[in-house]
Design a protein around this ligand. Structure first.
Ligand SMILES: [Zn+2]
Length: 479
């Protein structure tokens, strides 16, 4: 039995994963702010979290995962007000788009997707408790703030100390005068007619809206309880967002909020931070428009270890396409093994069974070691190479080919790249029809017509590959 170990950002060490309650891993993951389409940097985090989720299940543990949807914050309010529509009208299309994107990327649905707008009473309750305990205070502008000096271990997640924070704070612009300490953060933002238009909620501390940090504390504790097993997110949310979640939750409950914190590194594009002004900003939809599929994007985002910076380039995207093609060709080859191609053998031998066993062991060991995806994939590429050689030598029986296929199906429960989402890549009927016409023309030795068909297919980005079993189509991707 492999023990799954994860690198805990807080302790800075590998820790074994086992459920606090002995039954179910409770995982909280910060979700999207629904004011726009999520970009590939966001999806890097969600795909890492999907791998984490599937790995936990793979090692036999049950899971309850929460991913919140941030539908109240500066950006969603601004969008609604600028467009003269309600908050719900503004955020609903982006919520819908988010779930569409998840499906395209083969990301599993989690157990709960709470929306901030549905948890205002829980947030108000937490703020009231922080006020009662003297940890929160009312600022000059009527907003409620959290006094970080009242929480003695503030900074322990990101390994900052309060002195560092004061230095950082003094460099900030002076619009922070409403607070006692510039590093204090807002729990409840008092209503401002000009800024908030018609969007506000009533509370015992006056009209306004919750701060972003309290939203996650409230949703996490309301659904998962005071103490949760794992909290995951992108490293850009570690400070201040996750630090503030700890301060709020633990000051309220008196219990340790999170056992293991786990963070994924940044995604860069051509070694630069992704930004609209640099023209290197990509949503999933941008990549789909360039002819890539969800499976390609998933594989590209998945195949770099989560604690390594991922530098996105189109060459890297092509490399992902090629790697997947190698797997696809292999799967295709396995499914074509028949009694004739396997004439060297009469029945199952130990050979492929031992290869599978070895690959499985390496795969599990790699994943158990802080989700070492590079080693896990290397074990599979080794298997592909060795079995391919055996097929070349006609040494793989029909039964063995099936065993290898079953094995790939089994580990695809974790990776979600071999079989998931392949249906959407099916070749359109009109393209298949063109290929059929070309084959017919060739059979009648009508080379002119067959070339015309080939050119038309190329125009549609399909290349023809002639194989022993007839012609096959391969989609080409534009850079
Ligand atoms: Zn959050």
């Amino acid at each position: 039995m492999n023990w799954l170990r994860l690198f805990n950002t807080e302790s800075r060490s590998l820790e074994k994963v086992s459920p606090l309650d002995g039954k179910t891993i409770r995982l909280y993951t910060c979700g999207p702010t629904v004011y726009n389409f999520a970009h590939i940097g966001n999806f890097r985090t969600y795909i890492f979290e999907d791998l984490l989720r599937r790995t936990i299940k793979h090692f036999g543990m049950s899971i309850f995962q929460v991913m919140n949807l941030t539908d109240i914050d500066d950006k969603t309010l601004k969008g609604a007000i600028e467009n003269g529509i309600t908050l719900d009208e503004f955020t609903r299309p982006y919520k819908k788009a988010f779930f569409e994107d998840l499906a395209i990327l083969g990301i599993e649905r989690v157990e709960a997707y709470p929306e901030a707008t549905a948890y205002i009473p829980a947030m108000i309750k937490l703020i009231q408790r922080l006020l009662e305990k003297g940890i929160a205070y009312s600022g000059a502008d009527g907003s409620i703030y959290y006094a970080i000096r009242k929480f003695s271990t503030y900074g322990r997640l990101s390994h900052l100390n309060l002195e560092d924070l004061k230095v950082g704070a003094s460099e900030r612009i002076a619009d922070e005068y409403d607070k006692e300490n510039a590093a204090d953060f807002v729990l409840w933002k008092a209503y401002d007619l000009e800024r908030d238009g018609k969007i506000f909620w009533q509370s015992p501390f006056g009209p306004g809206r919750p701060g972003w940090h309290i939203e996650c504390s409230a949703m996490a504790m309301d659904i998962l309880g005071d103490s949760i097993d794992i909290h995951a997110g992108g490293v850009d949310n570690m400070f201040p967002h996750h630090e503030n979640e700890i301060a709020q939750s633990e000051a309220c409950s008196g219990h340790r909020f999170v056992k293991i914190w786990i963070h994924s590194e940044h995604l860069l594009v051509d070694h630069k931070k992704m930004s609209k002004s640099l023209g290197n900003f990509y949503t999933l939809r941008d990549l789909l428009q360039k002819g890539y599929t969800g499976r390609h994007v998933r594989f590209m985002l998945l195949s770099t270890h989560y604690r390594t910076q991922l530098n996105f380039t189109f060459q890297g995207m092509q490399a992902a396409v090629s790697s997947l093609e190698r797997f696809d060709d292999f799967i295709e080859r396995l499914s074509q093994v028949d009694e004739q191609t396997a004439h060297g053998k009469m029945g199952p031998l130990h050979n492929s069974a031992s290869l599978i066993k070895e690959a499985y062991q390496k795969f599990n060991e790699a994943l158990a070691d802080d989700l070492n995806i590079s080693l896990a994939l290397a074990a599979l590429f080794d298997l592909v190479r060795m079995v391919n050689t055996q097929i070349d030598q006609k040494e793989v029986s029909v039964h063995e080919a099936k065993e290898v296929l079953n094995f790939l199906r089994q580990i695809d429960q974790v990776l979600g790249i071999f079989f998931v989402g392949k249906d959407e890549e099916e070749i359109p009927i009109e393209i298949q029809e063109l290929l059929r016409k070309r084959e017919e023309a060739r059979a009648r030795k009508n080379w002119k017509l067959s070339d015309e068909c080939r050119d038309l297919l190329q125009e549609q980005s399909y290349l023809i590959e002639d194989t022993l079993k007839g012609a096959r189509l391969k989609k080409v991707h534009k850079l």
